[in-house]
Design a protein around this ligand. Sequence first.
Ligand code: FES
Ligand code: FE2
Length: 346
Amino acid sequence: MFLRNMWYVAAFSTDVQPGKCFGRRFLNEPVVLFRTASGRISALMDRCSHRAMPLSEGHVDGEIIRCPYHGVEFATTGTCARIPGQDRIPAAANVRSYPVHEKDGFIWIWMGDSELADPGQILDNPEHRDPAWSWRPYTMHVKADWQLLVDNILDLTHIVYIHANTIGGSPQTHFDANVSIAFDGNKVTLLRKMPDSVPPRTYIAAGGFKGKVDRWQQVEYEPRHGNILRVNAGACDAGTGAYEGRRDNGFVLLNVHGVTPETETTTHYIWTICTNAPRETGVPELLFDQFYETICEDERALEAQQRRLSDTPDLGFVGIASDGAVNRARILVNNLKKAEAETAVA
Ligand code: FES
Ligand SMILES: [Fe+2]
């Protein structure tokens, strides 16, 4: 079951240029995203009301999208604007539209009850608009249940194993990490501190560290404000106050992971990697390349998990100590599902 009353990342703003459209399935529903000549973004059900032709195979012309089959036209609201050869336009010819909102380089979509969609609730990603930060966008189609992606990001003990060839580093550093989890019913925050540790090579290149560092990894998940996870990782010179919030003398690597279900077993993974490491050093580009490899390692693991889950649908999971944040996120999501089911019944 999906959470419908939630903001999801549908695409990057740059994916949908003026005059262009493309189809993408969300929560099992086919959607066409398009941008009009004036720059307005729209999301409609990707099904012409006449004979079910995908509108995403049609054309955007000025402020409308035209079905490629018999030329019926729709406005950004889904209202049928023109039927060739007749004046009367029945209300049944309109197609469903979905609330969309652009913010910080993402196009957000709301697949649930339109009355409940409040764009003011969408989380900020200020690094995407701050000139001191560099970032790169990625879109992956992962053949796995969306909740496996959330689990993956909230249990970073996998770094030692899945990412042994990329960002893994010394296993002991990770096992000695000081881990805390905060959960207030709406938001899960996982914080791992690795004080006074030897920095990985990439960190030395990015931060210019001469000695040991205080490292951190913090994951925040607050699905009421959009189904993304923000992972803030970085390091400062040891003992200079990184854990008290003084992080000017280090560098930060931020991943924003948009996790958007396509079907029960496939997910649009729309993510960015951002850093405040100085651009002129060339370090951001190196970090970005390395991180892409890292996320490909996650993708392979997630798809392997999904294959086994599909082979063994009657078997559940067994909990272990590192599941703390994952379990809280699952409780949070289950509570949201229950609340949504109750609203639907009411
Ligand atoms: S199917 Fe779209 S106009 Fe006929
Ligand atoms: Fe990972």
